[in-house]
Ligand binder design. Structure first.
Ligand SMILES: Nc1ncnc2c1ncn2[C@@H]1O[C@H](COP(=O)(O)OP(=O)(O)OP(=O)(O)O)[C@@H](O)[C@H]1O
Ligand SMILES: [Mg+2]
Length: 409
C-alpha cells in the first residue's frame, strides 16, 4: 500500500493517548487523523473519515469500549478496529475481538507489535480496494447543437426529478446560468474543483457543490469567465470521473458546440439526451449532430432525441422528421412558455413546483425512459396554491426576485 495508513485513536486518558501517539509517530506510514477520549465525538469522526484503522483503548469501563467497537463494526466495515489495553484480562480481549476488533495491542505499545498490526491493516485495506469496485454513477448529457432549444431547462428538471443523489453540472464555462434555474447563489464553481482535483474526496466535493434539495446539488460554472480559460478537457474528464464515484446521477448541461471540453463530456456520458425544437434550423442542426456522433463512434442507442416545445399546432409531420433524422423521438415536452418561464424566473424546477403540470409529467416520463430513478409523484410537493398566489397577487415580489437574480448573473 503506497498510501498512508490513516488512524483514529480513542483513548481513556491522557497517559495512554500519549503512549499510543508516541508509538504511531515512530511509523512514517501512519497518518493520525483524530484522537481523544470523547467517544461520541470520535464515533462521528470515524464514520465521516472512514480511516484505515481505529485504535480503541479498553480502560476501566471496558464494556462501554466494547459497545463502541460493536457499533463501529457495523457502520465502518472497511476500518480495521484495534483494541488496546495496559492490563487486559483474557476475557476483556476476547470480548473486544468478538465485538469486531480484528487486532489487539498491548500498552505500552512495542514497535515490533505495532509494525505487525499495521502490516495486517495495510493488507486488509488493499484487499478492500480490490474487492470494492468504485461506484460509477450514471452520467447523462442534455445536449443541443443549437442554442435556445431548452437544454438547460430540461437538464435542470431531469436532475430535479431524480430520487437519488444527483449533481447537475454547468459546463457552459463562459456563461453558465444554472444557478438561476435553481434559485441558488453559489460560492464555488467547477474551476475550484479543477484546481483541487488531485484531492477530491466526499467532503471536499460536498463543499464545492451548492446544495439545492434533498437529492440535488449543483456544480456551477465559474463566475468569472477568465477562470474558465485555464480549464482543459482532461481536467473536466477527471472531475466528472470523481463526481460519478460520489453521485448516483451526474447530469450535464454542456455548450452547444463541439469544442474539446464538450466532446470530453459527451464521450464520458452513458447517454445523450439530444434536444431539438420542431423548426427547420433545429432539425438540420440535430441531423448534423447525429452525423458527428456517428463519426465519433457513439452507438445510436447512446442518443435519445427529445422534442421540446411540442405542440399539436406545429404543421411539420413528425414521421417525416424522424425519417429525416433516422431516429425516433422518445419525448415530447409540451410548449408552455408562461409555465416554463415562470419556473425559471422563480428559480424552482417545475417538477418540484408544479409536479402535475404537463411539462413536469413528460419530463418525469423521459427520466424514467432513460433509466433515471424518479421521486414518486406522491412525494413531490405540489405548491400550486403558493404559485397561484405568487403569480397572481404578488407581482412586486416577483419583480424583486427577478432583480436579485439579475444581480447574481
Ligand atoms: N417546453 C417549453 N415551453 C415553452 N418555453 C420553453 C420550454 N422549454 C424552454 N422554454 C423557454 O426557452 C428559453 C430557453 O431555454 P433554455 O435556457 O433552457 O435553453 P438553452 O438551450 O439552454 O439555451 P442557451 O442557448 O441559453 O443555453 C427559456 O426562456 C425557457 O423558458
Ligand atoms: Mg443553456
Amino acid at each position: 500500500m503506497t498510501e498512508p495508513i490513516s488512524v483514529v485513536v480513542l483513548s481513556t486518558g491522557l497517559d495512554n493517548f500519549k503512549d499510543i501517539r508516541r508509538a504511531l509517530s515512530a511509523e512514517e506510514r501512519v497518518k493520525l487523523l483524530a484522537g481523544g477520549n470523547d467517544a461520541e465525538q470520535l464515533y462521528e469522526e470515524i464514520v465521516r473519515l472512514k480511516p484505515n484503522a481505529a485504535i480503541i483503548a479498553l480502560g476501566a469501563n471496558a464494556d462501554q469500549a466494547v459497545r463502541f467497537i460493536e457499533r463501529l463494526n457495523v457502520e465502518c466495515p472497511g476500518t480495521t478496529l484495534i483494541s488496546a489495553a495496559q492490563n487486559a484480562s483474557p476475557d476483556m480481549i476476547i470480548g473486544s475481538l468478538r465485538a469486531g476488533a480484528r487486532e489487539f495491542l498491548r500498552i505500552p505499545i512495542s514497535a515490533e507489535e505495532l509494525r505487525t498490526v499495521l502490516d495486517r491493516v495495510s493488507d486488509f485495506s488493499n484487499k478492500q480496494m480490490v474487492e470494492a469496485p468504485k461506484k460509477q454513477g450514471r452520467m447523462i448529457a442534455v445536449f443541443s447543437s443549437k442554442g435556445g432549444c431548452g437544454t438547460s431547462f430540461i437538464a435542470t428538471n431531469l436532475a430535479a426529478a431524480t430520487n437519488a443523489k444527483t449533481v447537475l453540472v454547468d459546463l457552459n464555462l463562459q456563461a453558465g446560468d444554472l444557478p438561476l434555474f435553481l434559485g441558488l447563489d453559489h460560492k464555488y464553481s467547477i474551476a475550484d474543483m479543477v484546481e483541487k482535483r488531485s484531492r477530491l474526496d466526499e467532503s471536499l466535493i460536498g463543499t464545492l457543490v451548492t446544495p439545492h434539495s434533498k437529492h440535488l446539488s449543483l456544480l456551477a460554472a465559474p463566475r468569472e469567465a477568465d477562470s474558465a480559460d485555464e480549464i482543459e478537457p482532461q481536467h473536466v474528464f477527471e472531475v466528472l470521473q470523481k463526481l460519478r464515484e460520489h453521485y448516483d446521477y451526474v447530469v450535464l448541461d454542456p455548450q452547444h458546440t463541439f469544442d474539446s471540453i464538450t466532446l470530453a463530456a459527451l464521450d464520458q456520458s452513458d447517454e445523450i439526451v439530444l434536444v431539438l425544437t420542431l423548426d427547420i434550423p433545429a432539425i438540420r442542426s440535430t441531423q448534423r449532430a447525429l452525423a458527428i456522433f456517428d463519426r465519433l463512434g457513439y452507438p445510436r442507442k447512446k442518443v435519445r432525441i427529445v422534442v421540446n416545445r411540442w405542440s399539436k399546432q406545429i404543421d411539420l409531420d413528425l414521421r417525416q422528421v424522424e425519417k429525416f433524422l433516422g431516429e425516433p423521438c422518445v419525448g415530447f415536452v409540451p410548449s408552455d412558455y408562461q409555465t416554463a418561464v415562470s419556473s425559471i424566473n422563480l428559480g424552482t424546477p417545475l417538477v418540484q413546483a408544479e409536479p402535475s403540470s404537463k411539462i413536469a409529467l413528460e419530463i418525469r416520463r423521459i427520466a424514467q425512459e432513460i433509466s433515471l430513478g424518479v421521486v414518486p409523484l406522491s412525494e413531490a410537493k405540489p405548491r400550486r396554491a403558493f404559485w397561484n398566489s405568487f403569480l397572481k397577487k404578488q407581482p412586486a415580489q416577483a419583480q424583486f426576485n427577478l432583480e436579485t437574480s439579475m444581480e447574481k448573473v
